[in-house]
Ligand binder design. Structure first.
Ligand code: GLA
Length: 376
């Protein structure tokens, strides 16, 4: 990303003295829709994210400029000051959530830009939230710990953006570490860094460029299904439930809720299998679990779409080791574990066959696992 453009725009609009902060988007190897079920996730931060120039302005107002949209917004810190621009609600939400936690923040001027493709399932919104949560914590000396910074981003989604998301995206954006994936237990919040360097394989994303919109989407409905089933089981979370337990309550829940819960219970097992396989360096098992996740998300959880199913079939036919839809669903990217020698062939097949069918080529990104929120 060209940070000079951000600095130049800041100076043009607000003068000198800004500091630069950045936070990344994320990938997730496996463990999808498990976070809000108290389960495991396996994300890593990527080399794409948000960069913001920011300087306290000595008032109680925020003046913000979104460089990529060429739009500005101004707002105060009261609940009634919620801005009209959707992107500005992320900044506003972060400010509100810091204040709710007793943090003292001042007004600021800011310009930001991002290179996480929007709607690709790579958490562009978490990158934005983490950038400002991290920056304000540093600049205003709030003394908030990193887990709470992630929760501030999550609460912003819940309270100001209408998505009842789990903690994975904000966690990954704050805690990311170069070269490492992270296995997070979303119930205890314990996590472990896993150095990830699959010799002979490449991890890459194929972006269908079909956009998903989590706001007002079935994402919240999926979460509600899981909560209903957990309640019938007498548990706080679906985490820890078995297929046998689900079968035992089957008559007391809808078929749809049953299918959703089956997916989640299966996914918990798959994440643990993948961890074991990674410890053995067994990437073929990792890949097989990725395919299983895909078809579970497609048929049981029903968050895939035709274009993503098509890309996964192309991967299967090319002999790619693992492929699945990544993130919340309803469009976006597939994540693929590809043997080096198959890489070029898969890329050209995926581009050609997708374009033939859907009229545009997908975008390809190599995953570069990178650091989390930071001052530049
Ligand atoms: C979105 C949410 C996350 C998580 C994923 C699915 O990215 O923000 O909390 O639930 O979907 O794994």
């Amino acid at each position: 990303m060209n940070t000079q453009l951000i600095v130049d725009k800041f100076e043009e609009l607000y003068g000198s003295g800004a500091e630069l902060f950045a936070s990344p988007g994320r990938i997730n190897l496996i463990g999808e829709h498990t976070d809000y079920n108290g389960g495991f996730v396996f994300p890593g931060a990527v080399d794409k994210g948000v960069v913001a120039a920011i300087r306290l302005n000595g008032t109680q107002k925020v003046r913000a400029f979104a460089l990529d949209l060429g739009e500005s917004s101004e707002f105060g810190f009261d609940e009634a000051d919620k801005p009209a621009e959707a992107w500005a609600c992320y900044l506003f939400g972060v400010c509100r959530e810091i204040l709710k936690r007793g943090g003292t923040i001042g007004g600021f001027d800011t310009v930001f830009s991002g290179d996480v493709p929007l709607g690709a399932g790579m958490s562009s919104s978490a990158a934005l939230e983490s950038t400002y949560a991290f920056a304000l914590n540093e600049l205003c000396g709030c003394g908030i710990d990193k887990f709470e910074l992630a929760r501030i981003g999550q609460a912003t989604e819940h309270n100001y953006c209408g998505v009842k998301c789990g903690i994975m995206d904000q966690f990954a954006s704050v805690f990311g570490k170069k070269g490492c994936l992270m296995r997070l237990d979303c119930r205890s919040m314990e996590f472990e860094y896993f150095p990830f360097d699959p010799k002979g394989y490449r991890l890459m994303l194929v972006n269908s460029r079909v956009k998903h919109e989590l706001v007002g989407s079935p994402y919240n409905d999926r979460r509600a299904s899981c909560e209903r089933v957990a309640k019938v089981l007498g548990q706080e979370f679906l985490r820890g439930a078995t297929m046998e337990q689900l079968d035992a309550i089957r008559d007391g829940i809808t078929d749809e809720d049953y299918r959703r819960a089956r997916y989640v219970v299966g996914e918990e097992r798959r994440v643990l299998d993948v961890c074991d396989a990674l410890r053995r360096g067994d990437y073929e098992t990792v890949g097989r679990r990725m395919y299983e996740t895909h078809w579970g998300m497609s048929q049981e959880y029903e968050v895939s779409c035709e274009e993503l199913d098509f890309l996964v079939r192309v991967a299967e036919e090319c002999g790619v080791s693992g492929s699945r839809i990544m993130g919340g669903g309803f469009g976006g990217c597939t994540i693929n574990l590809v043997k080096e020698e198959l890489y070029d062939r898969f890329v050209s097949e995926a581009k050609k066959r997708f374009a033939e069918k859907y009229g545009h080529e997908p975008q390809i990104y190599d995953v570069v696992i990178s650091d989390g929120a930071r001052r530049l």
